[in-house]
Design a protein around this ligand. Sequence first.
Ligand SMILES: C[S@@+](CC[C@H](N)C(=O)[O-])C[C@H]1O[C@@H](n2cnc3c(N)ncnc32)[C@H](O)[C@@H]1O
Length: 453
Amino acid sequence: MNIWKLKRGADRRVRAGHPWVYANELAQSPKGVVPGGLVELQDDQGRFVARGYGNPLSLIAFRVLSLDSKEKNPLSKESLIERVLEAWKSRRLMGFRASFRLVFSEADRLPGLIVDHYVGEQNGRRLQVFATQILTAGMQQALGDAETFFRDLVAAATERGYTAIPWEQTAVVLRNDVRSRKLEGMSEDQARFIKSVREADFTNFGILLNAATDDGLVEMNCDLFEGQKTGFFLDQTANIATVCRILEHHPDLPKDRPVRVLDLCCYVGHWSSQLTRALRRRGCDVETTLVDISARALEFARKNAERQGAKTVVLEADVMKALTKLEKNYDIVIADPPAFVKARKDLPVGQHAYLKLNTQAFRVVNRDGLVVSCSCSGLLDEDMFKEAIGKSIRRNFLDARCVARGGPAPDHPGRLSFPEGMYLKMFTHLVGDQGAGGGAAAGAGASGAGDED
Ligand SMILES: C[S@@+](CC[C@H](N)C(=O)[O-])C[C@H]1O[C@@H](n2cnc3c(N)ncnc32)[C@H](O)[C@@H]1O
């Protein structure tokens, strides 16, 4: 086996549970393995630290698979399947019953692997889809023939009672259309099915999700082949449930007019659909304004929200341009944009973009309304995000109470030793009086909203 030695002291972070080693932490320049090959990592004294895979082409030269010296080949198919089953068990323990993120890379001790498990019904058949992203050379090598891997996984999961859907009703789609693969010396590939199901249409597929109100399942249509990421964003389920819980107990929801929801960067309308369902249960009419730059996502969003009983207004536009044209009129505003910070150098500009977006979100919310502010930029830490939201509130001279905060749903677990994995942040504010509390610290009112600072 290839052995790579660390510089003195560089083992500390790995022994504490961090799963990455950078090339400059190695005693010699990384060599001797094809990208993704098995490597044993040792400290400067030659003592075992970890086993994992190495990639001389990547800045992250080594990724940990095991800190147990007795585990000789953590890259074997059996070991990987066991890890996926462990992850599956944890999702079941967290109450996920239909579609969920099955594998979340480092957090599930499967660095470089994302698998979203979608379940839905089509033509009277229950189908399951494993939408998979392989992000590292090590994982690409380890999975080998991915069709065989998933067939064996389904057999093992069936044996444990985790799925009752047979292999004939199972599809596997590789969503390796991801730019970050290039950092590993791999190509950005087109999406492709490595296993499909006859007469099934996965480009318009109704996935089943736990209802946010925890009373059954909700069906939402999306495109698992060409939709963004793996076709759907599963990470907001816990945050949506938190906001639905607030609404469930709200004593004064409007009854003489629809509750007005503004869903910014709505994608296929997950927030709107679940909120509509929760509000309809309270006897409210709902009008949701869906804003996104993607026409195709909006078409799904409209149908998904209407299926739950919402009236919809659709705005296909850049969110900032759309927002500046809207008046204060909304009871719930959701701001869940794409990651504005993709690299460290983007931090100041990205933080400013959150400020601009949230300033507009707080400008258009009604008194006693809710603003849900989200950031999926892993590099923007919580303090920087809070600073942007705080300033947005002050710019509108509002008194706003933070009534809920959240992160990724439990099917996107994190590890305290690996903060890079905990990327999603959500703060919900209940908005009170204008002219109160928040003060005028930023010195710019709503009219100056979002333009400078
Ligand atoms: C993080 S996803 C939103 C996920 C969604 N809220 C959900 O929970 O399913 C970001 C969305 O922003 C949209 N988007 C990206 N840039 C945009 C822009 N400039 N204006 C409006 N929407 C944009 C994308 O099309 C995508 O649907």
